[in-house]
Design a protein around this ligand. Structure first.
Ligand code: PMP
Length: 443
């Protein structure tokens, strides 16, 4: 099928330079395992799990079969004032996988909705405790929490904010970004750092807002969309301690780090820190059907149920038509079963080491390379930007890789590879060598 067989008039692509795309369309028409087929009949290796989603690889029969069966059994049922059996089962499985007393799952349909849901839970929880004045949120510079107004407000990627700045939530502050230039190279480990990235939280941010007004701090355990920036050892534990000291809720946005990417169930397990809320999406259904959610600690739910209002009154005024959709929930159940049956999280941990080794041995010393970071099943190579054109070099490299059959992810001037957990060494070699050839060709 030639690309001009498509009517390209109507589809406005998200987060895509549409003018460039229309000159050089990249259209997938099939996928199996690690490999896509494109509209023009080429094969492209999925080096980014289709945006951190497809942990088990593409076209997995147990997931497909579960979805088909669910469609024939219960296609959809309202999520309000009633529910469906699949949603309960999926929630139970997710809660059982989550650490500590993270036991109550509020479903939604995406990472953006999870971010906004978690911020709203924080406000409602504090209000239920008689601390409705707690309405300040703290995110982190370069954080990404989706595109809702809440997530955008606590997020900190400048390009995502600049157009919308004046309309964002007003009572928001941001932690310093966690990158220490002395740690430009991080090889399959947590870095040590002399920099105290949390000092400013205690010396400026909390005194400025008064800690008793702060509802929640939200961070990604590893800054994914910014380009896989890894916090120094002890950072998240200390953040937990500071939150506990001041009664502030800690939210981990695990839309990327959740469900296996770190070789563990969640980033929370990898870092041995239990947040008060844990946001997930993407890999929970292998990306096959949209689903997201927020896992809350018992005490949050219990507090919300301790209301004086009559029993017919809704305790938390929030939800989506498709929260816990039975087909999405069936996809989640099948996906989580498959991850377990094939021991795919452990495999992600092992292949992450292979990927990290390949990155460090291949990219070190190549032209323009100013950093290489690997941990879990993801690795990033950072390039010096072209003066006056940030992101241009990485985008051109991304295009070049695509033409040569490798899907990688540009994030500013960083290129990231984060393949499905089923990845084999041969795919890693193809992805890394293709990327390295492009990096050299764009010197
Ligand atoms: N949070 C994080 C950490 C993410 O990486 C993403 C998406 N990349 C989101 C939230 C937003 O998810 P969605 O695109 O499903 O709304």
């Amino acid at each position: 099928m030639a690309y001009n067989d498509f009517n390209m008039d109507s589809h406005w692509l998200p987060f895509t330079p549409n003018r460039q795309f229309r000159k050089e369309p990249r259209v997938f028409t099939g996928a199996d395992g690690m490999v896509f087929t494109t509209h023009d009949g080429r094969k492209v290796v999925d080096g980014i799990s289709s945006l951190w989603c497809v942990g088990a690889g593409h076209n997995r029969k147990p997931i497909n079969e579960a979805i088909k069966k669910q469609l024939d059994t219960l296609d959809y049922a309202t999520a309000f004032q009633a529910s469906n059996d699949q949603a309960f089962k999926a929630a139970g499985m997710i809660a059982a996988m989550a650490p500590g007393d993270l036991n109550k799952v509020l479903f939604c349909n995406s990472g953006s909705e999870a971010a906004d849901t978690s911020l709203k839970v924080a406000l409602a929880y504090h209000r239920a405790r008689g601390e409705g004045h707690r309405n300040v949120f703290i995110g982190r510079e370069k954080g990404y929490h989706g595109v809702g107004f809440g997530g955008m407000s606590v997020g900190g990627i400048p390009a995502n904010r600049k157009v919308f700045g004046p309309a964002l939530l007003p009572r928001v502050d941001h932690l310093r970004f966690i990158h220490d230039p002395a740690n430009a190279y991080i090889h399959n480990r947590e870095p040590e750092s002399q920099e105290d990235f949390l000092a400013e939280l205690e010396t400026r941010i909390l005194p400025l807002h008064d800690p008793s007004n702060v509802a929640a701090i939200i961070v990604e355990p590893i800054a994914g969309s910014a380009g896989w920036y890894i916090p120094p050892k002890g950072y998240l534990k200390r953040l937990r301690e500071i939150c506990d000291k001041h009664g502030i809720l800690l939210i981990f946005d695990e839309v990327i780090t959740g469900f296996g990417r770190m070789g563990t169930n969640f980033g929370a397990d990898f870092y041995d820190v239990v947040p008060d809320m844990l946001n997930f999406a993407k890999a929970v259904t292998n990306g096959v059907i949209p689903m997201g959610g927020v896992i809350c600690r018992d005490r949050i739910y219990d507090q919300m149920m301790k209301t004086d209002a009559a029993e017919h009154i809704i305790e938390f005024f929030h939800g989506y038509t498709y929260s816990g959709h039975p087909v999405a929930a069936a996809a989640a159940i099948a996906t989580l079963d498959l991850y377990q049956q094939e021991n795919l999280f452990a495999r992600a941990g092992e292949m992450g080491k292979v990927l990290g080794d390949a990155f460090h041995s291949t990219f070190k010393g190549l032209p323009n390379v100013i950093g290489i970071r690997s941990l879990g099943l993801a690795a990033a190579v950072e390039l010096a930007p072209i003066a006056g054109s940030p992101g241009k070099r990485a985008f051109e490299i991304y295009l070049d890789c695509f033409r040569k059959g490798a899907l990688v992810r540009p994030a500013g001037d960083v290129l990231v590879i984060a393949p499905p957990y089923i990845v084999e060494k041969q795919h890693i070699d193809t992805l890394v060598n293709t990327l390295a050839d492009s990096v050299k060709a764009h010197a």
